[in-house]
Design a protein around this ligand. Structure first.
Ligand SMILES: Nc1ncnc2c1ncn2[C@@H]1O[C@H](COP(=O)(O)OP(=O)(O)O)[C@@H](O)[C@H]1O
Ligand SMILES: [Mg+2]
Length: 264
């Protein structure tokens, strides 16, 4: 698996519902370097999932273009793998069969079995290979979904609030697992989240998405280079200051400018 860069330039997306056209995203320029982890943070409904779907070729941009490793994304792209908020496993298949679905076409049986066993092991499910989704917890099912995405050996891993449906403790464990997995897989990651702590814990860079004018389409409002190497200390005082800053941008605390943020 080789990490590749992801570039969005001038990306906008309009949706037409009941004859009315509405701009959801406009003028998004975002470059994620090979092997970089970028968290896309923003309030519910601001267009985070839409941006992720555009990045993975599940949706076509109205304006601008998306490039993976320098070549334009024109449809569902095998260089990207997506993990959604819910695991979306096939209920009648065992976890190992579900993970095998992620394997790239042309993978031979023996090599495929080794790959599946490897990724099940990485996500801590080696002993549950023969279980079916309903026989395991929500966190385990989501780990299987992550293993399925990794089995594809994606250059870019796209994660859409992958831990949002999990209980708080499982979510923290999954975040730590993602740090390990990213190190092991070395893939580029675009992680959508509305959780400021999650963004600061996992990302090299946090990109805040939101309306740049009231009622208008969303764009990048702010980017923040997160200091320190991963794995990070959750109690880090420097991160706490950035948390206040990001929360205030999200309207949770009074606005306070802090070093390290770049207003766009
Ligand atoms: N296929 C679609 N058709 C029409 N509107 C859509 C479609 N997908 C998303 N939207 C709208 O775009 C906006 C952003 O949605 P979404 O990207 O899911 O936000 P987020 O993931 O940040 O919560 C919402 O107002 C949503 O209703
Ligand atoms: Mg969403």
């Amino acid at each position: 698996m080789t990490a590749v860069p992801l570039d969005l330039s001038g990306v906008g997306k309009d949706f037409t519902t009941s004859g009315r056209r509405r701009g959801v995203l406009a003028g998004v320029d975002l470059s994620v370097a090979a092997g970089e982890v970028v968290a896309l943070l923003g309030p519910s409904g601001c267009g985070k999932s839409t941006l992720l779907r555009l990045a993975g070729g599940l949706e076509k941009p109205t304006t601008g273009e998306v490039r993976v490793n320098g070549t334009e994304v024109t449809g569902i792209d095998s260089r990207c793998a997506v993990v959604f908020q819910e695991p979306r496993l096939l209920p009648w298949r065992t976890l190992e069969r579900n993970v095998a679905f992620g394997l790239p076409r042309g993978t031979t049986g023996r090599q495929g079995r080794a790959e599946v066993a490897h990724w099940l092991d990485v996500v801590g499910l080696a002993d549950f290979a023969k279980h079916r989704p309903r026989q395991v917890s929500g966190g385990m099912a989501q780990r299987a979904a992550l293993a399925r995405a990794l089995a594809r050996r994606p250059g870019v891993l796209l994660l859409d609030e992958p831990f949002a449906a999990l209980d708080a403790l499982t979510r923290l464990r999954m975040q730590d697992l993602l740090v390990e997995v990213q190190r092991e897989a070395g893939t580029t990651v675009l992680l959508v989240t509305h959780d400021v702590d999650e963004a600061l814990h996992l990302a090299d860079r946090v990109v805040l998405l939101g309306a740049t004018e009231p009622g208008g389409p969303a764009g990048i409002r702010l980017t923040l280079d997160v200091p320190g190497e991963r794995p990070r200390d959750r109690g880090d005082a420097g991160l706490a200051a950035h948390k206040v800053s990001l929360l205030s941008e999200l309207g949770v605390h009074p606005v306070r400018e802090l070093e390290g943020t770049t207003r766009i």
